[in-house]
Write a protein that binds this ligand. Structure first.
Ligand SMILES: [Zn+2]
Length: 135
């Protein structure tokens, strides 16, 4: 399942960071999640909680959603996906299949459908907070 694969990628990246930094225990892992990333948050969180082990065990998981930002390839204008003024059902369709965004979204400046998603896809680790010895 997609959520499990994402969770595995996050946990393995986090383990690597923790290994290198020499942290003994991890207090929390802050994860960024793009607005357009298709993910079932409940399943994703559950998968993470199941996969955490070793020094990562008991770490608190915080997931922060990041708003999607689009950039026009024609005129260079940047705008927020949430400001595109789409109705709810088109927005949901796009969340489900980000590729179809091009069928709905136009540059607010020059009306071109040729844009890229500059930010707002994928899952990444924002930071990892180690546990202090005295905690
Ligand atoms: Zn434009």
């Amino acid at each position: 399942m997609h959520e499990w694969a994402l969770a595995e990628a996050v946990v393995s990246a986090a383990s690597e960071v923790v290994e290198k930094s020499g942290m003994k225990k991890v207090a929390s892992i802050n994860i960024g999640l793009g607005e357009l990333q298709q993910v079932d948050l409940e399943i994703f969180k559950f998968a993470l909680s199941q996969l955490l082990s070793g020094r990562l065990k008991d770490a608190k998981i915080k997931i922060r959603k990041t708003r999607a930002r689009l950039k026009c390839r024609v005129c260079g204008c940047r705008w927020l996906f949430s400001k595109t003024g789409l109705d709810k059902s088109s927005r949901e369709a796009i969340h489900f299949v980000p590729e179809i965004a091009h069928a709905f979204v136009r540059c607010p400046e020059c009306n071109s459908p040729d844009f890229e998603v500059e930010q707002g896809r994928g899952v990444w680790i924002e930071n990892i907070v180690g546990k202090k010895r005295c905690d």
